[in-house]
Design a protein around this ligand. Structure first.
Ligand code: UD1
Ligand code: CA
Length: 458
């Protein structure tokens, strides 16, 4: 169906009082994305971004920053006087475009592009002024109720606060998704008055206004009402988040990923995982994380914005942020890989090892209790237990270089800036402050003293 002359408006200027939050409602996250991002993503699959207008008001700068890369346009609603008032703010810039105007609310993140497409197709079937999406909810509390006439056209939408007891018993609700004939919308929107207890311009009033002017409004009823859930409270936010997480783990499982106890696992929408990877209970895979095939992600691990090659083993309780793990590498249990690290293929990072901005070369091992920060570590290096890079002198950070094949004995203290050459050997317990040349043995500790029989007297 033709969607060429379609403008989409997303209303996202409200504070969302019922969230009881300092943060504007549409900036809260479900499934890892802000609510408004979800809505814009769905709309963008229907129409090019430059035809999408987002109405911003509360924390406008933050909302715009969040949508910076999407290509949508913004219009400011300086005072938040209701949904009708928010759409009115777009009248000047959009009314010349004509065609159709789709209105979406920024707090309805589960909407799918296919439903929006159905709305467009449905609208083209009959000569009506507007088509709106409705659904029947067991508990319609809080939503506007849809009043139909004998022919099934929409006569009016009544808000919860203004509804009579009889109207409150109606289960057919307004999802807040509408498609309008632009000419009629921009003409009749001017007639919306704030004549309700809240003193707001209700966009929903336009339905009765169009009816009075002799125009018809039809309803498209959707059976999957999950999709239409609007978020008003943090309880709603948690249910929507759970639905998005379920969709995501289901999609991964159907694509060949094993997830043990999926209800305990949190995976953000953008995360990608290769086939035959096993995800253990209680893990969190966040942000732009990409995980290869045949990996195992241990219970309780948290991986954010990280790239893992194939056959990587992350043992339980490991935290990895903004780093790369090469194929066949092993990390954890209880390891922490901080941003800017790169663990080479077949390298091992064992328990209680912390990496920060550190490249650990192919096949290198730091198996126990170490801190490696701001370090460039070559291939086949063995870092003994208790090794510390002293990368900070209280003022600035310094680098440690360790060459290929070097052996760093346990409990060594490498005071940066310092370089240890290829195949060099640092004796256990050394404090290394000067360069160690390739193949050299460095001992930076007091010599052991043995005094015969002295223990007996003590
Ligand atoms: C609205 C509908 C209700 C519908 C429900 C569906 C109206 C009057 N009511 O109620 O019929 O069942 O959505 O979820 O439209 N916004 C602005 N500027 C404003 C006010 C709101 O941009 O001045 C934005 C908000 O940021 C939000 C959206 O509009 O994204 C909806 O506002 P909200 O206050 O949540 O409306 P509801 O009371 O849920
Ligand atoms: Ca709402």
């Amino acid at each position: 169906m033709n969607t060429n002359n379609l403008s989409v408006v997303v209303l996202a200027a409200g504070l969302g009082t019922r969230m009881k939050s300092k943060l504007a409602k549409v900036l809260h996250r479900a499934g890892g994305l802000t609510l408004v991002e979800h809505v814009v993503q769905s709309a963008a699959q229907l129409t090019p971004p430059e035809r999408i207008t987002v109405v911003v008001g509360h924390q406008a700068n933050e909302v715009q920053a969040e949508l910076r890369d999407t290509g949508v346009r913004f219009i400011h609603q300086t005072e938040q006087q209701g949904t009708g008032h928010a759409l009115l703010a777009c009248r000047e810039s959009l009314h010349a475009a004509g065609g159709l105007v789709m209105v979406l609310y920024g707090d309805t993140p589960l909407l799918t592009p296919s439903t929006l497409q159905r709305l467009v197709d449905w609208h083209h079937k009959r000569q009506v002024a507007a088509t709106m999406i409705t659904t029947k909810l067991d508990d319609p509390t809080g939503y506007g109720r849809v009043i139909l006439d004998d022919l099934g056209y929409v006569r009016a939408i009544v808000e919860q606060k203004a509804a009579t007891p009889h109207q409150l018993s109606i289960h057919l609700i307004n999802s807040g998704i509408y498609l309008f004939d632009a000419a009629l919308l921009w003409k009749y929107i001017l007639e919306i008055k704030p004549d309700n207890p809240a003193n707001e311009y209700y966009l929903t009033d336009i339905v009765a206004i169009l009816n009075r002017a002799g125009h018809q409004v039809q309803a498209l009823e959707i059976k999957d009402h999950d999709e239409l859930l609007g978020i008003n409270t943090r309880v709603d936010l948690a249910s929507v988040d759970a639905i998005i997480r379920n969709r995501k783990t289901r999609e991964l499982m159907l694509s060949g990923v094993t997830i043990e106890r999926p209800e305990t696992v949190t995976v953000d929408a953008q995360v990608r995982v290769g086939a035959d990877t096993i995800i253990e209970p209680g893990t969190r895979l966040l942000g732009d994380t990409v995980i290869g095939e045949d990996c195992r992600i241990g219970a309780g691990s948290i991986i954010e914005d990280a790239i893992l090659g194939d056959r990587v083993r992350v043992a339980p309780m490991t935290m990895i942020e903004s780093s790369r793990l090469g194929e066949d590498s092993r990390v954890g249990p209880y390891a922490r890989v901080r941003p800017g690290s790169d663990v080479g293929a077949r390298a091992h990072v064992g328990n209680f090892v912390e990496l920060k901005k550190t490249n650990l070369g192919e096949g290198s091992k730091a198996n126990h209790l170490a801190y490696l920060g701001d370090s460039e570590i070559g291939e086949r290096v063995n870092v003994g237990a208790g090794t510390i890079t002293c990368n900070y002198d209280g003022v600035s950070k310094h680098l440690t270089h360790i060459g290929d094949g070097a052996f760093i004995g346990s409990n060594s203290t490498l005071v940066a800036p310092v370089t240890i050459g290829d195949d060099a050997y640092v004796g256990a317990g050394s404090v290394i402050t000067e360069e160690v040349p390739p193949r050299a043995l460095a001992l930076g500790r007091a010599r052991q003293v043995v005094k015969e029989e002295r223990a007996v007297r003590k």
